[in-house]
Design a protein around this ligand. Structure first.
Ligand SMILES: [Fe+2]
Length: 292
């Protein structure tokens, strides 16, 4: 049993239109406001990839993972066997996510997780900024989650949820008195290097970062211009990661959500690829600069 891809993410914010504006004008997503005031953002033919919901508590709510319909019952059985408390989504909640069925639960670090099968058929996509994304069967990008219970959480994603290890990265402590940084990167059943990664540190917004991938370096550079012009905080300068070879920069979206904007992520045939164990994160760049 293997997870197919990262299907959607849900984000909470007091004014969803604030996120809609950044999604549309900075990232180039197609934006549509639905009846309950939430905003659906699209970057490919899927019904949506980002669901921005009106909420007092601002930040990342959860990732939604797609599984083949034939594997869905076995997945729920495996979760139950591991003592995970499952909440089955009702008809209205399924409609809001454009899925046939979904179940939510917490991972061992307390991150909310949703798993689903059978997404509604989408429609033709056209970016208001004429941009192109690496998405479709590779999912919307990737998500890096805070995992204070690092070992348990990694084991859960690998052994219960069916992700495959791509790379285990260990970096020296960022400052005195904190442990070494550990990030485990996991792939779904598609060629993207990682769809989820577990980081052994906290995240005030509920997520370490999300990633959107364009198809050319110019689209990344032009996005950097738009971010700069809008005065949004840049949290990492342009650079190239070692493990997925992604050339990217990071900026802060509304609700304190860090977004990696990249291109050139390497794609892999997992039947012919062994996990790597890294001690270097970047070939160059990515000077981190988090606002106080
Ligand atoms: Fe990333």
């Amino acid at each position: 049993m293997a997870v197919s891809s990262l299907g959607y993410v849900r984000i909470g914010i007091r004014d969803p239109q604030e996120w809609a504006k950044v999604g549309q004008d900075i990232l180039g997503f197609e934006s549509a406001t639905v009846e309950d005031g939430s905003v659906r953002l699209r970057l490919d033919e899927a019904p949506f990839r980002y669901l921005i919901e009106e909420a007092e508590a601002e930040g990342f709510i959860c990732a939604g993972w797609e599984y083949p319909a034939v594997d869905y019952d076995a997945l729920l059985a495996a979760l139950a066997e591991n003592g995970v408390d499952l909440n089955e989504g009702n008809v209205d909640a399924c409609a809001a996510r454009a899925v046939a069925a979904f179940t939510s639960f917490s991972d061992p670090s307390g991150n909310t997780v949703e798993v689903f099968h059978t997404r509604d058929k989408g429609s033709a996509f056209s970016s208001p900024l004429n941009l192109n994304y690496v998405a479709d069967n590779l999912g919307l990008g990737h998500v890096v989650l805070p995992a204070m219970e690092h070992a348990l959480t990694c084991e859960f994603y690998e052994n219960v949820l069916g992700f495959g290890l791509s790379d285990e990265l260990k970096l020296p402590p960022p400052m005195e008195g904190v442990p070494e940084m550990q990030i485990n990167f996991y792939h779904a059943d598609n060629p993207r290097h990682h769809s989820v990664a577990c980081f052994n540190g906290p995240a005030p917004s509920g997520v370490i970062h999300l990633m959107t991938e364009y198809t050319t370096v110019d689209q990344v550079g032009e996005c950097l211009d738009r971010v700069t012009r809008a005065g949004l905080p840049i949290t990492a300068s342009i650079g190239r990661h070692v493990n997925d070879n992604m050339l990217s920069f990071y900026f802060l979206c509304p609700g304190g959500i860090p977004m990696e904007v990249g291109y050139d992520g390497e794609q892999f045939d997992w039947s012919k690829t062994e996990p790597t164990y890294s001690t270097v994160g970047d070939h160059w760049g990515h000077e981190y600069n988090f606002p106080e």
